[in-house]
Design a protein around this ligand. Structure first.
Ligand code: PGA
Length: 251
């Protein structure tokens, strides 16, 4: 059985052009979920358009944020700028930021602090590489990555950041590869993440799974213990496939 109120989040990465985003907006306006919550993470250049033109029930979030507050940082987008566009949620720690752009836990911690300072919330992503998995270090890696996030939560207890952020478990080897983790592995990871969060904060946070989620595996993933939603890359770039995935999530 699927989770009662699933979160379906689309990570459009650096994939859609302006014309595709406009048709997606029309499609989003016509899409009504019978339960749960829809979120889209477009490139920054489309945030203003989508944030102002999409029904308020759809979360429009950013894929990244600057560590800098404000000033002479050419090419950066700061938290206060996102906030002024009506953005509430930002992906932090995505595997491509960690591994392609070599973002360290120190840098991620600064980004998380920027969110807190501007009353924004995170979709904080964690996940092990194939080497780490094969070395049997999955839970150790998840624990260390979670620590970065939980330390910020612990120093900012009564904030929307600490009560409303999401955590996404995305095994690096499953992202964009077509390989999905076994349901048993997802269950072990999510149970561990849930316990770690509860023991640090005293309350759970919504947990998303990501990594080659597609219509065919959505139902099974959403039926796994402690999976509250999915973070979808490739299968969210096409409204027909994404629509099928949503239908599966609504079952
Ligand atoms: P994928 O990407 O669905 O294409 O594997 C997921 C993600 O990177 O969030």
């Amino acid at each position: 059985m699927s989770v009662q109120e699933p979160i379906i989040a689309a990570n459009w990465k650096c994939c859609l052009d302006w014309y595709e985003v406009q048709s997606f907006r029309d499609w989003l306006s016509a899409t009504k979920l019978s339960k749960g919550h829809l979120a889209c993470f477009p490139s920054d250049c489309y945030l203003s358009y989508l944030a102002s033109q999409t029904q308020p029930s759809v979360t429009i979030g950013a894929q990244n944020i600057s560590v800098h507050e404000k000033g002479a940082f050419t090419g950066e987008v700061a938290a206060f700028q996102l906030k002024s566009l009506g953005v509430e949620r930002v992906l932090i720690g995505h595997s491509e930021r960690r591994h392609v752009f070599h973002e360290t836990s120190g840098l991620l911690s600064q980004k998380l602090s920027q969110l807190v300072a501007h009353n924004l919330v995170a979709c904080y992503c964690i996940g092990e590489t194939l080497e780490e998995r094969e070395a049997g270090a999955t839970l150790e890696v998840l624990s260390a990555q979670l620590r970065t996030f939980l330390e910020v939560c612990e120093t900012h207890k009564d904030t929307p950041f600490t009560s409303q952020s999401w955590v996404a478990y995305e095994p690096v080897w499953a992202i964009g590869t077509g390989k999905t983790a076994e349901l048993e592995d997802i269950s072990i990871a999510h149970t561990f993440i849930n316990e770690t969060i509860i023991s640090a904060l005293g309350h759970p946070l919504p947990l998303l799974y990501g990594g080659s989620v597609k219509p065919q595996n959505t139902c099974g993933i959403l039926g796994t213990p402690f999976v509250d939603g999915v973070l979808v890359g490739s299968a969210s770039n096409n409204s027909e496939t994404f629509g099928q995935l949503i239908d599966e999530a609504m079952r």
